[in-house]
Design a binder for this molecule. Structure first.
Ligand code: UD1
Ligand code: CA
Length: 473
């Protein structure tokens, strides 16, 4: 036995993500498929970072540039802040197996490291169990996670001797009839001293059913070297389940959603039907929030005390203050909503909209890049874009800010206490003064002065002997 004693072992994490994911039948690399709107690989990277590794490697291959971009590009949906980590990207040009994948990284890793291997397609691996595994790691032990499955088909089986010690891992395709009966399977997560791993990887061959260099073969090599192997049996199958096809992806999504929604309920939120709320991001909640059925919350969301969200509503990135009521069928993105506002039903609040307090936005109203001050009402069938609306304003049904001239966007300013009659077009850039009244049906192209009535209606006529046209024979 080769004994090595390093007093201070460093932690290197390797995430394997080069596989194509044949069973997804997709143009996209498997690890870019989304769970709760976040790429699988990002779940694993985020968990890896909790362990504060000395270095982190991602092995990429199939359409690897896309994988890199999805994580590192500033405009990608879930960029990792540079300050947080440096991910080392290692290309595995040909996918010759998990052992071959790890071997690509080894030239970068010194002997005094413990290597933690994770799979990019096991998104819900939990940092607590990884901490437990790592806390037992040292230069003379190989650690691995296992799980017992009623249906172990497809997984590598953990073969033990009569004393119950791990002897080797046998892949499904290489297993004999007896081995296939084994229900304890390999999760694909190991802690391995680098100094030994380097030696074992050099001994791997691809003499097996899949013609691949299996990382799992190092277990038998460790046994040969008399290195002790410890295994931790996990009990939560979802946390160690790999995504190989879309049914597995869907079942992990459902498990994840159940966890998220339970967390909200335990924090004091009333959820009308826990199976009909999806959370794809982070939600902070005040007291006595209630959420009706078929609601989707995405991105970063804050809900103040007593916020009520009606059914069939999608909210993405929003700060919603106390006592806001959102009625059914609203679509809300990137907005700030002040205390006591009432939104919907059927309202659409688009990005960069800021509502102060007690604002009412009613049915079939679209707001974009607009601010609305306290107590103003836009209750029916209106479009308000690139606008600054003062306080106590009433915007009548069917009001449209014509903010776009075909080339550029222009601003509309509506000052405090203005009253905009129904079916008005405000052709921007234009300003309606404080306390102004705009007569219904007007097309306003010139600034309307404060405290006066402005309208552009043509005089009403009556033609007494008017005949309606008749149908031609
Ligand atoms: C692997 C294990 C199996 C275990 C299972 C758990 C091996 C040989 N088998 O099988 O014992 O039960 O995981 O989920 O390790 N990858 C690369 N490069 C390659 C091949 C794979 O980076 O050349 C990556 C894949 O992208 C994936 C991970 O390694 O993230 C696992 O590969 P996969 O082909 O899914 O292995 P399994 O057959 O699931
Ligand atoms: Ca797999």
């Amino acid at each position: 036995m080769i004994s090595t004693d390093f007093q201070f072992m460093k932690l290197s994490i390797i995430i394997l993500a080069a596989g194509l994911g044949k069973r997804m039948h997709s143009e996209q690399p498997k690890v870019l498929h989304l769970l709760a709107d976040k790429p699988l690989i990002r779940h694993v990277v985020d968990t890896a970072l909790i362990l504060k590794p000395d270095s982190l490697y991602v092995v990429y291959g199939y359409k690897g540039e896309l994988v890199r971009q999805a994580i590192t590009e500033p405009n990608s949906q879930f960029p990792i802040p540079n300050s947080q980590t440096n991910i080392n990207w290692i290309e595995q040009a040909q996918q010759l197996g998990t052992g071959h994948a790890v071997a690509q990284v080894m030239p970068n890793i010194a002997d005094d490291n413990i290597i933690l291997v994770l799979c990019g397609d096991v998104p819900l691996i939990n940092s607590t169990i990884l901490q437990t595994l790592y806390s037992q790691a040292d230069a003379n032990h190989l650690g691995m996670l296992t799980v017992e499955l009623d249906n172990p088909h497809g997984y590598g089986r953990v073969v033990r001797n009569v004393a119950g010690e791990v002897e080797c891992i046998v892949e499904e395709k290489d297993a004999n009839v007896n081995q296939k009966q084994i229900k304890e399977v390999n999760v694909g997560v190991y802690t391995i001293p680098a100094v030994h791993l380097r030696r074992w990887l050099a001994l791997l061959n691809n003499d097996n059913a899949q013609g691949e260099y299996y990382l799992t073969d190092i277990i038998a090599l460790a046994v040969q070297d008399n290195l002790s192997i410890y295994s931790i049996l996990t009990h939560n199958i979802y946390e160690v389940m790999g995504v190989n096809d879309r049914t597995q992806l869907a079942s992990l999504e459902r498990y994840y959603q159940t966890q998220q929604v339970n967390r909200l309920m335990l924090a004091g939120v009333t959820v009308m039907d826990p199976t009909r709320l999806d959370i794809r991001g982070t939600v902070q909640t005040g007291r006595d929030v209630s959420i009706d059925v078929n609601v989707i919350l995405e991105g970063e969301i804050t809900l103040g005390d007593r916020v009520k969200i009606g059914p069939h509503t999608v909210i993405r990135h929003a700060k919603i203050a106390n006592d806001v009521e959102i009625l059914s069928h609203c679509v809300i993105e990137n907005v700030v909503i002040g205390a006591g506002c009432r939104i919907g039903p059927f309202a659409r609040l688009r990005p960069d909209t800021v509502l102060a307090e007690q604002v009412h936005v009613g049915n079939f109203v679209e707001l974009k890049k607009s601010t609305v001050a306290n107590g103003s009402k836009i209750n029916h069938l209106s479009y308000v874009g690139d606008s600054k609306v003062g306080s106590g304003v009433n915007i009548g049904a069917g009001t449209i800010t014509c903010n776009y001239d075909g080339a550029n966007k222009h601003k509309t300013i509506i000052e405090d206490r203005a009253f905009i009659g129904s079916n008005t077009q405000l052709v921007a850039p234009v300003k309606v003064g404080a306390g102004a009244t705009i007569g219904a049906g007007s097309t306003i192209t010139i600034n309307a002065p404060p405290d006066a009535l402005t309208y552009t209606r043509s005089p009403q006529k009556t033609i007494a002997d008017w005949q309606r046209p008749c149908k031609k024979k």
